[in-house]
Design a protein around this ligand. Structure first.
Ligand SMILES: [Zn+2]
Length: 273
């Protein structure tokens, strides 16, 4: 028996024994939970350039994806044809939904927090909303910003990173929010990071990356998703040529995992899961 056929045989024995167990217990015959990715952002359009490639590659691989966005972006500089902050919020909610569709996102949700005010939100209450969603949705992989606030050092991005990091750990802890359902230990928390800065803008202090994603084959759809944010098109026009040179890669830092390990360079957020 070759090493490879031995592995196949072991896998077969494992599946047969699992099937027997499942038949006995009358539960579905699956030996692995479906793979899921949760991406937590602050504003409509954050999902495109930062995370769009990761979302589309996951969808291509048959992985369920969910984007949770905290605000409807009423404080944006570019306001499209909106007449009031609420009107802009409504427009941006629709733009967010259209963008998520282009990125093949399975579920998307936009919360009711005030744009540019996340640093004043109650920390524990806000993190608890994420704990509930992580325990209910049961993702293996969670993506968010780093504490640097991403490319534009936005305080909302920093706060989303802090809420999500706390929730990633607290969702796995039976001592935290026991009333919010059974614990769920997600396998990996990643921060989005960068290998370049915007010209003429204050630079963040980014984390070194541990994952480089080659997203060239889906990069045209990142632009398409951004163009769904019609109220923000002036931003797109300003930075399009700059982005075109850099849109083919996304960078992530592994920030937490249940298994102690040295940092290694990888090319897949789900490698080994
Ligand atoms: Zn943002």
């Amino acid at each position: 028996m070759t090493p490879n056929s031995k592995l196949v045989a072991i896998d077969l024995i494992r599946k047969v024994s699992l099937t027997a167990t499942c038949d006995t217990l009358d539960i579905p015959m699956t030996d692995k939970a479906p793979l899921k990715l949760l991406c937590v952002t602050a504003h409509p359009d954050d999902e495109c350039f930062g995370f769009g490639g990761a979302l589309m590659l996951a969808a291509e691989a048959g992985i369920e994806t969910s984007v949770l966005c905290f605000t409807d972006g009423q404080a944006a500089t570019n306001r499209g044809a909106s007449t009031t902050p609420e009107h802009l919020g409504e427009m941006r909610r629709a733009e967010f939904a259209a963008s998520c569709k282009i990125l093949d996102v399975t579920h998307h949700e936009l919360l009711d927090y005030q744009d540019a005010q996340l640093e004043f939100a109650n920390f524990s209450e806000t993190a608890a909303k994420l704990v509930k969603r992580i325990r209910d949705y049961k993702p293996q992989v969670v993506l968010t910003f780093g504490l640097d606030g991403a490319m534009n050092t936005h305080a909302d991005h920093t706060m989303v990173s802090a809420f999500t990091t706390a929730a990633f750990h607290w969702a796995a802890s039976p001592k935290r929010f026991p009333e919010l359902g059974p614990v769920h230990t997600a396998q990996r928390l990643f921060y989005n990071t960068t290998n370049f800065f915007f010209p003429g803008r204050p630079a963040p202090l980014p984390a070194p990356w541990t994952v480089t994603l080659d997203v060239r084959r889906v990069q045209h759809r990142k632009f398409e998703a951004f163009r769904a944010h019609t109220s923000q098109l002036p931003l797109m026009e300003k930075f399009q040529s700059f982005f075109e040179k850099r849109v083919g890669q996304e960078f992530y830092t592994l920030a937490a995992t249940p298994h102690p390990r040295a940092a290694v360079q990888e090319t897949d957020l789900f490698a080994g899961l």
